[in-house]
Design a protein around this ligand. Structure first.
Ligand SMILES: [Zn+2]
Length: 133
């Protein structure tokens, strides 16, 4: 499953989250997502929560920490890709690019695309153009 990507709008709103317990719909409203996003996306991806009878509670500061960790992990994965690899969003891992083709090019960059060897979905890799290439 694809990791939940917090959009920029949500990252900015993390600053509003307080050091208190939130019910999922309250937290969802604070960061501008639907409660479903929390249940179906964040919790399966490892967001810590507390269950009390039939209700779930999420600790605000813990959520912020978790969210920032997710963002940092994502950045790291992308910048550490070895040459000839691309990141598959479906498989959530770096995969080898087999017979990459150029799908876009301008003076500065090229975008290579190939199919993920595991799930066959398109994967893309951005690369800077060196002079003369
Ligand atoms: Zn894949």
């Amino acid at each position: 499953m694809r990791k939940p990507l917090l959009k920029h709008a949500q990252v900015v709103r993390l600053a509003r989250i307080l050091n208190m317990m939130y019910k999922p719909p309250e937290l969802a409203e604070e960061i501008g997502v639907t409660p479903d996003t929390i249940y179906r996306s964040y919790i399966p991806a490892g967001l810590p929560y507390i269950r009390e009878g039939h209700s779930l509670w999420i600790h605000g500061s813990t959520f912020v920490q978790w969210a920032r960790g997710m963002i940092a992990a994502r950045r790291k994965t992308h910048s550490d890709l070895p040459k000839g690899y691309a990141y598959c969003l479906k498989c959530n891992q770096a995969v080898e690019m087999i017979e990459p083709r150029i799908v876009y090019t301008n003076l500065y960059v090229r975008i290579y695309q190939s199919n993920c060897p595991h799930c066959d979905r398109h994967v893309n890799r951005f690369s800077k153009r060196e002079r003369g290439q």
